[in-house]
Design a protein around this ligand. Sequence first.
Ligand code: 13P
Ligand code: SF4
Length: 304
Amino acid sequence: MSDAIKQQIRDLLKEHNAVLLAHNYMRDEVQEIADITGDSLALSIEAAKTPADVIVFCGVHFMAESAAILSPGKKVLLPRPDAGCPMADMVTADELEALRAGHPGVPVVTYVNSSAEVKAHSDICCTSANALKVVRSLQEDELIFVPDRNLGRWVARFVPEKKFIFWEGFCPTHERMTVAAVLQKKAEHPDALFICHPESAPEVSALADHVCSTSGMYDYCRTSPAATFIIGTEAGILYKLRLESPDKEFILASPALFCPNMKLTSLEDVLVSLQTLAPVVTVPEDIRLRAKGALDRMLAIPRD
Ligand code: 13P
Ligand code: SF4
């Protein structure tokens, strides 16, 4: 059954000159059929340069919006329009403007987990993979960082010379990973390395051997001589970690690491989306142009 759906999806992708992008947290079967899987940064870069006419974005709403911002003229499909990101909803453009008004001249760094409208009111975007580089690229010694307080505070540790004004947004999935859960896994697997995402609470990141974006985790685990890893991010990451390093053991740090939004998209949803060429994600042109400025400034920063 699922093989038949996969074949239909492949045929329709070809027929529509479409590319299927999937975030590293998607269901296994969606990652399996994707043309490209990646973290938010890799998927933004791909969306900006793909020659396809249609982008099928298997992720959450802000990711499809970024694709629509970066690739005008392409049709961007989000198979599940109800796949949102609660952190992205924690700051609005009006709230950001009110904060800015109290800090004239202070640049705003906005995590891509945000709406297009919030990006449009920002100076530069960042992802978890490049946040430190983005902050270091700023001339100013003070900055506003929205919406993720945990990513912001993690970056701030490396740039003590800069003053951060934080927004108190957070990822509910990562914040459900408690210190007690991590310590229990560490006790059960004393030789394992603990790796977590910077969206984790500071007291959890403090326990980590390495803190990085989702794609950073693949690189780290592939090249590390360690045999066992406790993974502190959304469970979807396990699929490719296990595929890439079948001889290594990967243990989820907490059973709470499931993002309900990232788990919504099924193969059936992808198929229907390709059959109907809907739902389409669009961004009003005035907002798109301003948000693109913030994304372009981020993308102009060289990768490692
Ligand atoms: P990255 O894949 O960029 O690390 O993002 C994590 C995330 O929470 C996306 O919603
Ligand atoms: Fe948002 Fe967290 Fe889910 Fe990512 S994992 S989409 S940040 S709620």
